[in-house]
Design a protein around this ligand. Structure first.
Ligand SMILES: *[C@@H]1O[C@H](CO)[C@@H](O)[C@H](O)[C@H]1NC(C)=O
Length: 262
């Protein structure tokens, strides 16, 4: 599904104003056999229609995934380069993603593994280019362990968010993913309180530095060792609007995570 603008204004009820978003980042895993089985499980599963689900497939399986996955699931590329063509060995153009097939609208900047300021600049360029090609974007930000321990989490994620914000005109196509680097692939998960604290600050940042409308409507999702066991409490936090899921997105457990918020 195309990234829809999030639902309008916050209501007086305690209903979530933003459509829950769950991205599965398959990273560099799977083949047609194992992904085919996973896709069958997903297609057969009962999933909450109020949750937007997007699967990030390896490039060579994008078309396969789009053809096999039920149309209620989106398919995403995991990365694209900052320009459409040229002498860039091994890079993939977002134009290639667009022509790969209808429904491949989401471009996920999967970057949490190693974020530096120079890299953040490149991420800004990639975000800008992907949006100009009509793709949606999941843009990742997050601090490293030494940065958290030094008490500069806020400074780090604000700087990263600023680079992204400088490259975004239409926020309806952007999902912001907070991925503390220390919780990626490590089995360590931020506590629901730690996640909520950062998400809330990010939303305040957006409110002051972009606009109140954007702050209210942009999905801020959490990534970092989310599992079937941890997803419910994480997903019940006010400013956690979904997840970017790594390893668990390759297992039937992913269905539990998709249905974390009912
Ligand atoms: C607005 O952005 C600046 C620069 O990143 C930051 O220092 C400030 O804290 C932001 N405002 C809020 C409310 O986060």
């Amino acid at each position: 599904a195309r990234l829809r603008p999030a639902q309008s204004a916050r209501t007086a009820t305690n209903m979530a104003p933003r459509k829950f978003f769950v991205g599965g980042n398959w990273k560099m895993n799977g083949d047609k056999k194992s992904l085919g089985e996973l896709i069958q499980t997903l297609n057969a599963a009962k999933v909450n229609a109020d949750t937007e689900v997007v699967c990030g497939a390896p490039f060579i399986y994008l078309e396969f995934a789009r053809k096999q996955l039920d149309s209620k699931f989106g398919v995403a590329a995991q990365n694209c380069y900052k320009v459409s063509k040229g002498a860039f060995t091994g890079e993939i153009s977002d134009e290639a993603v667009v022509v790969c097939g209808p429904g491949l609208q989401l471009f996920s900047v999967s970057c949490g593994e190693h974020l530096h300021v120079e890299k953040t600049q490149l991420i800004g360029q990639k975000v800008s280019h992907a949006l100009s090609e009509g793709l949606g974007v999941v843009a990742c930000i997050g601090e490293k362990l030494d940065e958290r321990e030094a008490g500069i989490t806020e400074k780090v994620v604000f700087e990263q968010t600023k680079v992204i914000a400088d490259n975004v005109k239409d926020w309806s196509k952007v999902v912001l993913a907070y991925e503390p680097v220390w919780a990626i692939g490590t089995g360590k998960t931020a506590t629901p309180q730690q996640a909520q604290e950062v998400h809330e600050k990010l939303r305040k940042w957006l409110k002051e530095n972009v606009s109140e409308t954007v702050a209210d409507s942009v999905r801020i999702i959490y990534g970092g060792s989310v599992t079937g066991a941890s997803c419910k409490e994480l997903g019940s936090q006010q400013d956690v609007d979904g997840f970017l899921v790594g390893g668990a997105s390759l297992k039937p457990e992913f269905v539990t995570i998709i249905n974390a918020r009912q």
